[in-house]
Design a binder for this molecule. Structure first.
Ligand code: ZN
Length: 67
């Protein structure tokens, strides 16, 4: 598995898509639990960090660093 250094506001793909058919999630909260929001329907879910890391497939878009 490649880079799993996910950060806040990254767009990620999970191993399983959301029931709405979208597999693009935005990381909206970082902590012991990770909160991700479906880019398709706006639904958000909270996942323990360990489980999130296991279910993460890849990072699609890194958030833009402020210059
Ligand atoms: Zn959705």
């Amino acid at each position: 598995m490649e880079d799993k250094n996910f950060e806040l506001n990254d767009i990620v793909e999970m191993k399983k898509q959301h029931p709405c058919g979208t597999n693009r999630w935005k990381i909206i909260r970082m902590g012991a639990d990770i909160r991700i929001k479906c880019e398709g329907c706006g639904h958000s879910v909270m996942i323990p960090r360990r489980e999130f890391t296991r279910k993460l497939k890849k990072i699609l878009v890194k958030h833009q660093e402020q210059a």
